[in-house]
Design a protein around this ligand. Structure first.
Ligand code: ZN
Length: 316
């Protein structure tokens, strides 16, 4: 017994555990390299980041795509960028105004980035985000939304951003909110889609138009290099063109099933009860919560009835 104890003490003395070997807190996202100097930050299984983000390292700086929901996740993203490159963080581009993509903007701005967004984001980010949370809003969350930084550079047209010799193409697209951008890195065949694509997760249609959305996703599948392109969705893992087609199929299934239910005279809860099992059966490996499916059916019903409310652009 004593011999074992002495041996154990000797072992500890010979190999003291330095403080820096204490494992760091796990990242709230999984960082995945999707091309040379191009990274996707995929929300972890506990959804602590709230959405996906990513970044592109160019010759003379870094461009970040989206900022997560929490400032802690955005700080962890900045730390990961700092681990990989000393180049300045020049831009953060918000794919749209939703707080799960803009919540960490202030962290990126403090790190030196200019916030780029669709021009409609300035009018919506501090106001319409409150609707996004519905009955889940808290006074703290409301205060945080009302303090979100406004983008410093806005556009309603396509943009090219040059990081030295590296080209990043920003496109305006239709479907998710009315103020949506995609970001592509042509030399790496990577497209950051924002919430125009969700991989095997039921999407949030609160501000969307399924008609426009499915048209945009069809365009993604027709890109010249679509078969080689890595798509970084707003939610879910890194995707390929088959995932884009599957997501579009999900939206079309939702539209068809809600349309059939409406024709049969079903409304509200009865419509949800009718559509949900059929949609789940068609997409059995998807994550589709009861809350998500009830909202999707309601919004799809409104779109087909022509009563869907979408965010209205605000004058500058
Ligand atoms: Zn969104």
């Amino acid at each position: 017994m004593m011999k074992h104890l002495i041996a154990a003490i000797a072992l500890v003395a010979a190999f003291p555990v330095p403080a820096q070997d204490v494992p760091p807190a796990p990242l709230p996202f999984v960082l995945k390299q999707v091309g040379p100097g191009v990274y996707a930050a995929i929300d972890g299984p506990e959804h602590k980041a709230g959405s996906n983000a990513g970044f592109v390292i160019g010759d003379d700086g870094v461009l970040v795509v989206d900022a997560f929901f929490t400032q802690d996740a955005a700080k962890a993203l900045v730390a990961e960028i700092r681990r990989l490159t000393p180049k300045p963080i020049r831009y953060v581009i918000n794919t749209h105004y939703h707080a799960d993509h803009t919540g960490g903007d202030q962290v990126l701005r403090d790190a030196g980035a200019i916030i780029i967004a669709h021009r409609n984001v300035r009018g919506w980010v501090r106001t319409n985000n409150i609707n996004l949370f519905g009955d889940r809003i808290t006074p703290e969350l409301k205060a945080r939304i009302e303090a979100l930084p406004l983008p410093g550079l806005v556009t309603d047209k396509d943009l090219t951003v040059w990081l030295g010799s590296r080209k990043v193409v920003v496109r305006t697209v239709l479907g998710h909110t009315g103020g949506d951008l995609t970001i592509s890195v042509p030399d790496a065949k990577v497209l950051f889609t924002g919430d125009m694509l969700w991989r095997r997760i039921a999407p949030n249609l609160i501000d969307g138009s399924v008609k426009e959305w499915t048209a945009t996703d069809l365009d993604f599948t027709h890109l010249s290099a679509s078969a080689q392109t890595r798509f970084v969705p707003g939610h879910g893992d890194v995707a390929d063109v088959k995932d884009v087609a599957e997501f579009r199929g999900y939206l079309l299934d939702l539209k068809r099933l809600v349309g059939e239910g409406r024709k049969a005279g079903l409304k509200n809860d009865a419509l949800v009860q009718n559509v949900a099992p059929k949609l789940r059966a068609l997409h059995s490996d998807w994550t589709i919560s009861d809350r998500a499916i009830a909202a999707e059916v309601r919004y799809m019903d409104q779109e087909l009835a022509g009563t869907k409310k979408r965010p209205v652009p605000v004058a500058d």
